[in-house]
Structure formats: structure tokens, C-alpha cells
Design a protein around this ligand. Sequence first.
Ligand SMILES: C[S@@+](CC[C@H](N)C(=O)[O-])C[C@H]1O[C@@H](n2cnc3c(N)ncnc32)[C@H](O)[C@@H]1O
Length: 268
Amino acid sequence: MAFTLVTVASGARSLRSLEHGETFHPVVGPMIEARGLHVEQSRLVERAREMSGPLVIWDVGLGAAANAVAVLEAFRGVAAQVELHSFDSTLEPLAFARAHATELDYPTPWLPSIDALLSSGTAETGAVRWHFHQGDFCKIPTAPAPHAILYDPYSPAANPSLWTLEHFTRLRKVLTEPCTLTNYSRSTAVRVTLALAGFYVGRGSATGEKDQTTIAATHRELLAAPMGAAWLGRVRRSTCGAALREGAGPGPISEEDYRVLSEGILFQ
Ligand SMILES: C[S@@+](CC[C@H](N)C(=O)[O-])C[C@H]1O[C@@H](n2cnc3c(N)ncnc32)[C@H](O)[C@@H]1O
């Protein structure tokens, strides 16, 4: 079996991938992290209310659908239009969560939507049209350009190919709408990589044992706490500030990357 149920520090139940050796939403559990880190921080409901067309959300790493469920929950009874595009290479974790819905608890109110997604790849729940796209997210999929990306494809250590400069540069190119990208990493290397790929990078809210996470955006005004000069100083001093390039190991940032970073869009 590729997944097992675990109890995290908060007492909530979650999934653990035996293959990747990682627990989904550790410490605080699936729903606290999904709501705080992704839904609230991206201001999804406020932004959807301000739009004339649909707010498009990319849920990268559908997994056991805690982030997706947090979106369904946030838009319950809200007059808005939302397209939720979930990406994963497999439906196995969602099928596992479906089979253990009682223990996990959070899927239970949404079983009709989860069943529809599992059987037909789409579901309609109030304001939200939910679509599943199966495949390798390294090959940037074709879907309407997002306004928010909930980025949750395991950690850079467990799944390096989804955290490289090459990958984020390809992703940035398809972001033709103002867009946020939330994730649980607070690593300097991840932030440097996102900034070199053309994102503005900000300090994200705390979750679990992490005092901060990361929110990136195509537009600086989407960030509540953009990184500034003090962070740049820390990047220069860090022993692991190098961008995450394909085939490259950790180390300090190169002179050339530092120059691009300090002269680049981060501080315009
Ligand atoms: C930590 S889990 C996601 C947890 C999920 N967001 C949730 O709320 O339950 C990471 C997921 O990313 C998926 N994943 C990993 N690498 C991928 C890739 N290259 N393309 C698509 N999905 C990938 C895995 O199959 C796994 O379901």
C-alpha cells in the first residue's frame, strides 16, 4: 500500500506517502493548513467577488484533496464563479482518502463531489466547477491561466523536479493573469529560485512549526509582505542560497544570480 493513515501533532488524521516518506500537511493537519496557508493567504473569496469572470485556481498536487476541499468550503454560499483545476499524476491518494473518509473527517461533507471527480474527472459544487487533470506537472499542462496556484507537490528534497528554476520559468511564462502561488517552504533556495524565475516573493503566514512560509506573485501588489533589502543580505550570506537548477547541488548563490536578483524585478 502506497499510503497510510497517521495522526499528526494536532490530533488530526492525515495521509503519509510511504514512497516519498512525507506526511501530507504535517503538525497542524490537513484542513488548518489548507485554509490558512492557501485559501486565506491567497484571498480567494475576496478576489473572486471582485472579478467579472471566473477566478481560476490551480491545485498542484491534488493528493487527498484537503486543499481542494478548503476551496469548496470557502465558497459555500458565496455568489462568485470559480474554476478549480486540480493536477496530479495519480488519483490513488484521493481514492485512499475516499476509502478512509470517516477517519479523516474532512472529506465527509464533500463525498458527492469527490465521487464525481473520481469517476468522471469533473464536479460542480455551488460556485465551484472542479476539474481533474492527470499527468506530470513538469510538463506544464494546458488549462485556463490561473489567478492562484496552491502549490503542494511534496518538498524539494522529495520531489526536486517540481522546484527547479527551469520548471518555475516555464510555469511563470503561462501566467498571463495576476496570480499568487502559495507553498509551505520557507527555504532561501526556493525563494531565490522563484525570484529568478520572474516572481515577486513574499513572506507567507506561519503554519505548524514553521514561523513563516512563502507566497510568490506575478504582481508585487498581491503580496502583503514582499521580501526586501534585508532578505537580500541574508541571501548573500547564506550557505545554501543557490537557485535550484536541474542537476546542480546546494551551495551559496553565484555572483551572477545575485546580481540578477538584486537588479531584477524584486526591487522595481
Ligand atoms: C503532499 S501531496 C498533496 C497533498 C494535497 N494537496 C492535499 O491537500 O491532500 C503531493 C501530491 O503531488 C503529486 N505529485 C507529485 N509529483 C507530481 C508531478 N510531477 N505531477 C503531478 N503530480 C505530482 C503526488 O502524486 C501527491 O498526490
